[in-house]
Design a protein around this ligand. Structure first.
Ligand SMILES: [Zn+2]
Length: 351
């Protein structure tokens, strides 16, 4: 299930996801149930291997829209017409009973919502031939809402543009954050072309740049952290031994009850302090190696799209987390300046 949502969020449609699942021989839920409980043996028992991963587009589509995966249960989706007629019919959505948080979610609410938004956007066809490749990616810098797509049809040559969806609500809660589709397209494409060139020419330097590793101070700080962790772990082992010995001494009557309680308090608080310190250092070190792994992941993705000449939803969703559009600033000379920030997947914002 996670795989389906992961593919969907990276811009794949149901048909493409179905193909991948079949190609990778991912077992269907039906087959998994058969293996576990023996249900639908009439279908699966003795069937050829292909049956175990015979995904259908309809099945993938219904999974992508199923709120069960974010922990909600929908009752009465289907009903029998009568006792005698066992044909099941789908009830209208208004009659469904929705119970929230009935089970542990498999998919996060945020991922689920984004996939729903992408499904909805896929259906919308634009009159000027542009497709919604940026859907779910462009956000308002001031209120954080998604930008909505619109078209200027008065113009002899209609063009697409984005504006803050909160602005469009009539409540004037946010300003317009207007940006033309072609301007945004050209800018994002130029950035991706720039990174693609760097990846090809000097991967090593780009990786360093992503990690700020040319900064000597950082490398020294990392070394110091590792040394500190080593020291703390050694001391922890010492204190544990001392504590154990002291306990033996007390049990054998070699130290008084008073000394025992005094010392054990002291050792225990040092143990707790060391535990905290070790945990902090470990997580700091882990974060750094995670950053390095993330940067490498992004570079690997970037390598796959050599010299992009056009943008597709798949390309954008593979490389980019979100695009933040700021309100334009008008200069006295009538010029218009607008900041657009691109946050990449795994590595965030880089310039
Ligand atoms: Zn806004």
């Amino acid at each position: 299930m996670e795989k389906i949502f992961d593919l969907a969020i990276h811009g794949r449609g149901a048909a493409s996801i179905t193909r991948i699942l079949i190609m990778e021989k991912v077992p269907t839920p039906g087959f998994i149930n058969f293996q576990r409980d023996g249900t639908f043996a009439n279908i699966y028992a003795g069937a050829p291997e292909e049956k175990s991963y015979a995904w259908t587009i309809a099945q993938v589509k219904s999974i992508m829209k199923d709120e069960t995966y974010i922990g909600h249960t929908i009752h009465y989706r289907e009903t029998n017409i009568s006792f005698k007629n066992k044909r099941r019919i789908r009830k209208p959505q208004s009659e469904w009973v929705r119970v929230e948080n009935t089970q542990e979610p498999i998919i996060s609410e945020q991922v689920f919502r984004q996939v729903q938004e992408q499904i909805a956007n896929r259906r919308r066809k634009c009159k000027d031939g542009t497709t919604q490749i940026f859907s779910g990616l462009v956000k308002c810098a001031d209120c954080g809402w998604s930008l909505s797509y619109g078209e200027n049809r008065q113009n002899s040559k209609p063009y697409g543009h984005y504006h803050c969806s909160k602005y469009g609500q009539g409540t004037r809660q946010c300003s317009m954050h207007y940006i033309r589709y072609d301007v945004l397209y050209a800018y994002v494409l130029s950035r991706l072309q720039y990174w693609s060139r760097l990846v090809q020419h000097d991967e090593e330097r780009l990786l360093k740049r992503l990690l700020n590793a040319n900064d000597k101070g950082q490398a020294a700080a990392r070394k110091k952290q590792a040394a500190e962790l080593n020291k703390a772990e050694k001391r922890k082992a010492e204190v544990d031994t001392l504590f154990a010995r002291m306990y033996e001494d007390w049990a054998a009557g070699r130290i008084t009850e008073y000394n025992f309680s005094m010392l054990s308090g002291k050792y225990q608080s040092e143990q707790a302090e060391l535990d905290t310190k070790i945990e902090q250092l470990q997580s700091a070190i882990a974060t750094e190696s995670q950053n390095a792994a993330d940067a490498e992941k992004w570079i690997a993705l970037m390598k796959e799209c050599v010299n992009p000449t056009e943008l597709t939803a798949e390309l954008l969703n593979t490389l980019i987390e979100k695009i933040v559009v700021h309100e334009a600033v008008k200069g006295e000379d009538g010029s218009r300046e607008q900041e657009v920030e691109i946050f990449y997947r795994f590595i965030g914002k880089i310039d």
